[in-house]
Design a protein around this ligand. Structure first.
Ligand SMILES: [Zn+2]
Ligand SMILES: [Zn+2]
Length: 295
């Protein structure tokens, strides 16, 4: 229950956004999200309903994915699909095992699946398990609708995802160097947002990474800084947003406290009517399964 890192009481209770108002939690829970692993060493996020269980990326070993699902009380063979954001190792390293052992269907763009196929390290994956998705073309898996969103990242054809069920919407967006009005439009009216806060710009600049890598991360096809995450979040806040989770933190160039405070500060400094205390803000831990968030 306490595995998502939390900063303060103000950010943890049943407080919901509403321009200063505290809204009551609805009784019926429609969608759930849980971070199984988060960060540059491996990413795996569970999103589901009572009937449908999805993973966004499997960037940790098959064993760790199995263990994470066990903690959630979900059998790996009950996963209805793995949705890939892109082919970088921190998003796919457990893919071969999960696909082969449990026959889980794998969804990704043509570019991502093409890149995954050419990676011999993953072993052979049955062709029939691959399903193509296209940015801005929604598809249905049982009782959820998945909408791929184009992202700016140095991969073949990267996407983020918006997943909805009934009237509930969850957005998972990591690995992007920048965002624009299109990104904001795709992530409107979410009930829950899982957002990249990859690095602190100053820590990255003075840190040990070689120059080319710093430029890559800071570039338009790199990763979202804490500041940029806060700015993007400020444009996405609205009365129904029930929780925000910061994820994909860099181990070398970020700290959970810094990501948390910087994002709150950006919200406070922005034009939005909302304050940083108006919504629960969590930071996903690198190697721990987070609490399950229900919306
Ligand atoms: Zn990446
Ligand atoms: Zn990544």
């Amino acid at each position: 229950m306490h595995n998502i890192w939390k900063r303060s009481e103000a950010a943890t209770g049943s407080r919901f956004i509403g321009a200063g108002k505290i809204l009551r939690k609805e009784k019926t829970k429609n969608m759930r999200l849980c971070s199984i692993a988060s960060g540059s060493s491996g990413n795996c996020v569970y999103v589901g309903t009572d009937a449908t269980h999805l993973l966004i990326d499997v960037g940790i070993s098959g064993k760790r994915t199995e263990a994470g699902l066990r903690e959630l009380g979900i059998r790996p063979q009950d996963i209805d699909g793995i949705f890939l954001t892109h082919e970088h190792a921190d998003h796919i390293s457990g893919l071969g095992v999960m696909a082969r052992k449990y026959g889980v269907p794998v969804y990704g763009t043509r570019g991502t699946i093409g890149a995954v196929r050419s990676m011999h390290s993953l072993g052979t994956i049955d062709e029939e398990l691959f399903h193509y998705v296209k940015a801005d073309e929604k598809l249905t898996v049982k009782d959820v609708t998945v909408y791929p969103i184009r992202t700016s990242h140095d991969a073949a054809e990267p996407v983020a995802y918006r997943i909805s069920h009934d009237k509930k919407k969850v957005g998972i967006i990591t690995d992007l160097g920048c965002y624009n009005d299109y990104t904001v439009e795709c992530l409107r009216d979410l009930d829950l947002l899982y957002l990249e806060a990859n690095h602190d710009i100053n820590m990255l600049q003075v840190g040990p990474y070689p120059y080319y890598l710093k430029q890559r991360i800071l570039g338009r096809k790199g990763h979202l800084s804490n500041e940029a995450a806060g700015k993007l979040l400020s444009r996405l806040l609205h009365d129904k947003m029930q929780a925000v989770v910061l994820g994909h933190l860099s181990q070398e160039n970020n700290l959970p406290e810094l990501a948390y405070e910087t994002v709150r500060l950006e919200v406070a400094m922005s034009d939005t009517a909302y304050q940083a205390d108006d919504f629960p803000l969590y930071v996903a831990k690198r190697n721990e399964v987070s609490q399950m968030l229900d919306v």
